[in-house]
Design a protein around this ligand. Structure first.
Ligand SMILES: [Fe+2]
Length: 237
């Protein structure tokens, strides 16, 4: 290839040269695009695998915490499935990707509550209730330092708050309560009402829906209940 020097005439490309050059550029662009597409697919796959691993780890943690209660395992998984579905319906699933971990771990703080209180057959005394009511904050402290569990930690801290401010631990009200926790309150109550417990039979879906409606605005966020009610039948089908 001859060297181009100052003063040399700038090489003039003919139409054919330009077409050839454009063809080469186009081929390069296509193969670069294919490479990036493959890479994006690989990254997406790796992310999916990682998220699945997170989910399995969290699920194991949650089941270990609540292993004593045979009912709880299925309840946790149903809460996760219903909760994610409701977040999607509310259009905020992408905003709170780790909320499902919070649905599973909501009672993780019970590891800090003595067994004699957790398993007490009779009603708890006022002092025992004070201890029991520490579990949202204990759970929060367990999770708050884990970067991918920030929303989950907030949900755990607020899962016993009530819309009208009568819940605990902080007596938060309305939108002071993180939205995933307001979602959890609805699905947790719904699942508890519509499944058999050792001490009572499951309630029909229509009655559970009526209960949610009755408590919308006091215990539950009415906007969340309004979006959840049309979903009830489809979730349990
Ligand atoms: Fe709880």
């Amino acid at each position: 290839m001859s060297e181009v020097r100052a003063g040399d005439a700038f090489p003039v490309f003919g139409t054919e040269d330009l077409e050839r050059q454009l063809h080469v550029f186009a081929k390069d662009a296509v193969s670069a695009y294919r490479r990036e597409k493959t890479r994006a697919r690989e990254l997406e796959h790796a992310l999916g695998t990682l998220q699945q691993a997170y989910l399995e780890t969290i699920r194991s943690m949650a089941f270990v915490v609540e292993a004593k209660d045979a009912y709880t395992g299925q309840h946790l998984e149903r809460c996760r499935v219903y909760g994610v579905r409701l977040l999607e319906e509310l259009g905020i699933a992408e905003e709170y990707p780790d909320a499902q971990y919070g649905f599973l771990l909501h009672d993780a703080g019970k590891v800090g509550v003595p067994e004699r209180i957790l398993s007490k057959p009779g009603p708890l005394t006022a002092a025992e209730w004070r201890v029991m009511r520490t579990h949202p904050l204990i759970g929060y402290q367990m999770l708050a330092s884990i970067p991918f569990l920030q929303n989950a930690a907030e949900l755990v801290r607020s899962h016993h708050e009530m819309f009208d401010g009568s819940g605990y631990p902080e007596g938060l009200r309305r939108d002071e309560i993180p939205l995933p926790a307001r979602v959890f309150a609805v699905i947790d109550a719904f699942d508890a009402m519509t499944t058999d417990r050792p001490y009572r039979a499951a309630m029909p879906i229509e009655r559970a829906a009526a209960e949610l409606t009755r408590m919308a605005g006091t215990q539950f966020d009415p906007d969340v209940v309004a979006v959840f009610l049309p979903l009830c039948d489809r979730l349990t089908a």
